[in-house]
Design a binder for this molecule. Structure first.
Ligand code: UDP
Length: 324
């Protein structure tokens, strides 16, 4: 396998390229990689990411930041052992606002990132998503479910871009022998989410901290399962270091309704907020919960951070932002 060629540099000090390394998840991954002795190159055009997310790492000897749109040709000197492809708008309001960039980064950007991995004989990991299951008719979702996606709806630009990204990743694996990994990421939360990215965690926490009404969409009976960012990143790291080319779900199987989640946020923030109901966005998945049997079996991974502990850290982060 092509990856074996780089074993020497892997043992010395591996080099990782992280697309969207200044994003929410990318920045947590970059931290973990530096801790585990990697040289890290961040590629980010800062469309939805932010230099603030990695400002505390500035000056680290083994970290390089390159301002780059990954849909353009990626030129990098030196050896690369791992390519972690995270670039994409990832919140429903971001991809509604940036539908073409979302489609381009999932398709052209994944093509370029795979091209880099092929050229460098690096191992490649695609950050895919539970959105490839769409509004799922199978519950909980296991990796062998093919999904229920509306290609022409408002979420189609993200869902189909990620489905294409999985398809081209498998094509590079089969056709070019690239050693690939696919992680399907379920709802994740933690510090460095953007306060105004419209996702339910920053929305509810910022509303609660300001004692404004929490905006529950629909009747709040739709479900989600929230994973704390450090659990997720550990699972993704283990996946990259494993030897499976099959997609693996990483997420927390503790499922709750959005209404229960709103009540929990009010409780833990001690807020005086009430709950208001707003229209449910089109194609909003009614249920979502990962089946993590494969991750447990292949990676020995399962989430450890309970919701109360993860929320405490996330709320502390947002408290600083809301009061800024
Ligand atoms: N949601 C909500 N109020 C908000 C933002 C989101 O009720 O202010 C709901 C949304 O309709 C969805 C769930 O919370 O059912 C999770 O939404 P999010 O945007 O975080 O991501 P999704 O899981 O839909 O990709």
């Amino acid at each position: 396998m092509a990856a074996a060629k780089n074993n020497k540099s892997r043992q010395d000090q591996p080099t990782s390229v992280v697309t969207a390394g200044a994003g929410f998840l990318g920045s947590h991954l970059v931290e973990l990689l530096l801790e585990r002795g990697h040289r890290v190159v961040i590629l980010d055009n800062l469309v939805t990411g932010s230099a603030d997310n990695v400002a505390h790492l500035a000056g680290k000897r083994h970290l390089r930041f390159i301002h780059q749109d990954v849909t353009e040709f990626i030129f990098l000197g030196g050896s690369v052992d791992y390519v972690w492809h995270f670039a994409s708008p990832a919140s429903p309001i971001d991809y509604l606002e940036l539908p073409i960039q979302t489609l381009k980064v999932g398709s052209l950007g994944t093509h370029k990132a795979l091209g880099l991995a092929k050229h460098k004989r690096a191992r490649f990991l695609l950050a895919s998503t539970s959105e490839i299951y769409g509004d799922p008719l199978v519950h909980p979702q296991s990796e062998d479910y093919w999904g229920n996606v509306n290609p022409i709806g408002p979420r189609g630009c993200y869902d189909e871009a990620k489905r294409f990204a999985e398809a081209i990743t498998m094509a590079y694996h089969r056709e070019h022998g690239i050693d690939t990994r696919i992680v399907r990421i379920f709802n994740t939360y933690g510090p460095r989410m953007r306060l105004n990215d419209g996702r339910v965690v920053p929305a509810f926490i910022s509303q609660a901290l300001q004692h404004r009404p929490l905006t529950v969409f629909g009747d709040g009976s739709q479900t989600r399962s929230f994973c704390y960012c450090s659990d997720l990143i550990e699972g993704i790291y283990r996946l990259m270091m494993s030897d499976t080319n099959q997609p693996v779900n990483i997420g927390n199987p503790r499922e709750m309704t959005v209404l229960e989640f709103a009540r929990e946020i009010i409780r833990v923030t001690g807020s005086r907020s009430r709950i208001v109901f707003k229209p449910l966005p089109q194609d909003d998945p009614k249920q979502r919960k990962p089946d993590i049997t494969r991750a447990k079996k292949l990676l020995g991974w399962e989430p450890k951070v309970i919701l109360a502990a993860g929320l405490e850290k996330t709320i502390a982060y947002f408290r600083g932002k809301v009061l800024d």
